[in-house]
Design a protein around this ligand. Structure first.
Ligand SMILES: Nc1ncnc2c1ncn2[C@@H]1O[C@H](COP(=O)(O)OP(=O)(O)OP(=O)(O)O)[C@@H](O)[C@H]1O
Ligand SMILES: [Mg+2]
Length: 271
């Protein structure tokens, strides 16, 4: 039944109809003031530049190092705007290709565009990398929000004025069930309605190790695949591209961890 519903919604979306639940549509009509208040209510955090640098987050303050990330950001935004897409899942074939690093760099790069509002959600409930990089502890996990133990407003953090991040600080025992359930879909609709982000980025688990990512891909507008230059094979990219395209719109592949690049190891190419 849920699958049928998802298929119908996908078809309606393709026709340009607004398929969001009535509640979400009403909330989407929230005034600018209410949206601003909702953003202000989220606790701001300050990122330690040295910690960021250690973790290869290079796009916070612009400049030469940030330019490959900025390029990826701009290409991605252009494609998403053209298609009226707002939700992007960032995934990869295997583990450790750089999804979390790419997601946080994209958020950092987007934070320098004051007219853009970004929400980054950690949907990897098996590894807690995003919380580790940001140094966030003890404020619950995104999946606690899904399960109603804490509100998104209490659990998320704000970077500057225009980026919200929700991380996982504890592992879940049933990630694929959480990712496929309707409470997760409703929560994301609500976040979209209340905070009105221009873009929602989802930091996903790898595709070839569990069914976690596949369980969620019908809830996004598009998927970006991160491949690691010397680790991911062409056939792995092929399989994942096919699986992604079967569930959502395929945005492209970004090649990460290229040694031949600028020497910093931060370059991304995009195909
Ligand atoms: N462009 C890059 N150059 C060099 N090292 C990188 C690059 N991007 C990421 N790394 C490093 O690779 C490791 C894995 O990165 P990251 O955690 O972002 O990958 P991931 O795909 O999210 O992993 P997981 O599958 O565990 O979620 C980290 O140590 C990270 O600092
Ligand atoms: Mg990760």
């Amino acid at each position: 039944m849920e699958r049928l519903q998802a298929a119908l919604e996908k078809a309606r979306t393709a026709r340009g109809e607004d398929t969001r639940p009535v509640q979400a549509k009403a909330k989407r009509a929230t005034s600018r003031g209410a949206v601003h208040e909702a953003w202000e209510a989220i606790e701001p955090i300050t990122l330690d530049p040295r910690r960021m640098r250690r973790n290869r987050i290079v796009a916070l303050s612009g400049g030469r190092e940030a330019s490959p990330v900025d390029l990826l950001r701009t290409k991605m935004l252009q494609q998403m705007r053209q298609n009226n897409w707002r939700r992007v899942a960032v995934t990869s074939p295997g583990a450790g290709c750089g999804k979390t690093t790419v997601c946080l760099n994209l958020a950092a790069s987007l934070s320098r565009q004051p007219e853009m509002k970004t929400v980054l959600v950690d949907l990897d409930m098996r590894r807690l990398a995003l919380a580790d990089i940001l140094g966030i502890r003890g404020r619950g996990s995104f999946w606690d929000v899904v399960e109603g133990r804490v509100s998104f407003a209490e659990q998320a953090v704000r970077i500057g004025q225009n980026v919200l991040i929700s991380v996982n600080t504890q592992k879940a025992t049933n990630p694929s069930e959480i990712l496929s359930n309707s409470a997760t879909a409703r929560l994301i609709d609500e976040i979209e309605a209340i905070y009105r982000p221009d873009i929602l980025i989802f930091d996903m688990p790898p595709m070839l190790m569990t069914d976690d990512s596949l369980a969620f891909l019908d809830k996004v507008d598009c998927g970006l695949l991160v491949a690691a230059a010397e680790k991911t094979s062409v056939s792995q990219v092929d399989v994942c591209e096919r699986d992604l395209a079967a569930q959502t719109n395929f945005l492209g592949v970004t090649l990460n961890q290229c040694r031949y690049s600028s020497g910093t190891g931060y370059d991304y190419s995009y195909h």
